[in-house]
Design a binder for this molecule. Sequence first.
Ligand SMILES: [Zn+2]
Length: 50
Amino acid sequence: MKVAAYYSTVDKPPYVWHDDSNCPTGKQIKDSDKAYGKPAGYTHCKDCNA
Ligand SMILES: [Zn+2]
């Protein structure tokens, strides 16, 4: 389901943000590494559109 935009603070390029709670990439982000929002330069994760 759709959720507030989030991203990993320890991500490597290409940087993406997520907005789906079922995203396989997003689910790998640990709670301690998760932040909310859409930082400049980040693009929407392709897997979140599936
Ligand atoms: Zn995603």
